[in-house]
Ligand binder design. Structure first.
Ligand code: F0G
Length: 462
């Protein structure tokens, strides 16, 4: 990193070679689109969105080197050169012996939990992402979150709010019995908990519990590089280490990894399952062949493997990571200065509005985070995503069980939007916050039995 000490501005560490126009719409048009989408921004056509902060997944801008790699991809069915490049890069970072490419993260999860999950099984995690939880539960197993107490309090400022609650983890193992637990999982960074990092100390402690009970530790590593950079910034003893060295240490405590390459591999599609156990790898590859493809391409084209290999190299660049973490923090800091309640401190890939404090007049069973998400679209053409009662709320014995956190996630695609786009986002959020008392709760008019947030439809609550 070569920066003169008298310069404070953190700039995008790239210049733009290809551009894609975005379409402006009127308030009236957006009101119509929202109504047609049943008040669910997932169901709005992307071309009617001005700034799309729905997800940081698969939405990265690829570099010229990645695009060059796409042309150079080896499309051989078996033994593709691009696979070996991707395998070697993943091995360099994770140290894992077996690298199994999949079409995205959830495909890796599906294979893993088809093998280790099942009725009576229990899987602890700091916080399961929704697809991880769905794959655990689909196998018949129980998914249990063991998030540390600070992680559940949006206003608390702490360095590693994604950490596993080590005591709870041990209590879960003792309560259900070690024989029911096929593995422990830890998600870095903790997406559903606010994009908050997990410390190396916490990963080591989690490992120690796993060792005590003879359990494997798997890492959901979608945003491993962002996590590594937070460790560099915040954990004692790591300031002089490179993101690669920190990542290598993180993975050294794991027995396996699931990864959605759509995040920290800077690609539009891809993922992998990586693990050390030889027998389990055979089992995984057999399932891979049934659902994804031959083990040297999984669910991907050779060009995708090439782009992942290159993306994994670029994501560990310190200039990139500094820009990434600082630009997310910029959005969070400006919103905080305007009095908008957000989950603190800012996460790696997203800023999360705290809907309980933003709209205290809307009860959780009327989906305040969804109401804010809709208002952001209506007022400014922004698309965000609800991570609250729609995604994680449930009905038990006829009564509504609310999740701890009620959030609106503004996820920032990697290398896509400039600072002026973000300044526009700040203005829109401020506008919605200024008129927050006018926002109304919602009621469900349709919900699917699983992962309902993708397809649910709503109407204004009475
Ligand atoms: N694990 C985490 C922590 C994730 O954030 C995601 C995806 C997955 C697993 C699944 O990966 O989408 O490639 O199948 N998160 C996206 C998001 C969808 O918007 O946060 P996938």
């Amino acid at each position: 990193m070569i920066r003169d000490s008298y310069i404070k501005t953190v700039i995008e560490p790239f210049k733009i070679k290809t551009v894609e126009p975005i379409k402006f719409t009127t308030h009236e048009e957006r009101a119509r689109h929202l109504e047609e989408a049943g008040w669910n921004p997932f169901l709005i056509d992307a071309e009617n969105v001005l700034i799309d902060l729905l997800t940081d997944s698969g939405t990265s801008a690829m570099s010229s080197r990645q695009w060059a790699g796409m042309l150079d991809g080896d499309e051989s069915y078996a033994g593709s050169r691009s696979f070996f490049r991707m395998r070697d890069m993943v091995h360099k970072i994770t140290g894992m012996k077996h690298i199994i490419p999949t079409h995205q993260g959830r495909a890796a999860e599906k294979i893993l939990f088809s093998i280790v999950g099942g009725k009576d099984k229990v899987v602890p995690n700091n916080t399961h992402f929704d697809t991880t939880r769905a794959n655990v539960e689909f196998s018949g197993a129980l998914a249990i979150d063991c998030l540390n107490a600070d992680g559940k309090k949006p206003e608390v400022i702490a360095d590693f709010k994604g950490n596993m609650d080590i005591e709870k983890l041990e209590a879960v193992i003792q309560e259900y019995g070690v024989e029911r637990i096929p593995l422990v999982m830890i998600t870095v960074t903790n997406n559903s908990g606010g994009g908050q990092p997990v410390s190396l100390e916490n990963i080591r402690q989690t490992r120690a519990v796993c060792d005590k009970y003879g359990l494997p530790l798997f890492m959901d590593a979608c945003r491993f590089a962002e996590n590594a950079y937070f460790i560099k910034l915040r954990e004692e003893g790591y300031a002089d280490k490179t993101p690669l060295e920190i990542s290598q240490e993180m993975f050294s405590y794991a027995d396996g990894v699931t990864m959605s390459a759509k995040k920290d591999a800077l690609v539009n599609i891809g993922g992998f399952l990586a693990l050390n156990d030889d027998d389990m790898a055979v089992h995984c590859r057999n399932l891979l062949i049934v659902t994804e493809g031959f083990p040297t391409y999984g669910g991907l084209a050779g060009r995708d493997l090439e782009a992942i290999a290159q993306g994994l190299e670029e994501i560990l660049d310190e200039d990139y990571l500094q820009y990434r973490i600082k630009s997310t923090e910029y959005l969070g800091r400006k919103l905080t200065e305007l009095g908008v309640p957000i989950l603190m401190p800012p996460g790696g890939h997203a800023i999360y509005l705290d809907a309980k404090r933003f709209c205290p007049h809307i009860p959780q069973e009327q989906f305040p985070a969804q109401a804010i998400t809709c208002a952001l679209y209506l007022d400014g053409g922004l698309r965000a995503v609800e991570i609250g009662s729609v995604m994680f709320g449930r009905t038990e014995n006829g009564s509504f069980v609310a999740p701890d956190l009620e959030l609106v996630r503004l996820a920032i695609p990697r290398r896509v939007y400039t600072q002026s786009h973000i300044d526009y986002v700040i203005e829109v959020v401020k506008h919605v916050h200024d008129r927050r008392d006018e926002l109304k709760g919602l009621k469900l008019t349709y919900e699917a039995p699983m992962l309902r947030h993708f397809t649910a439809r709503f109407a204004i609550a009475d």
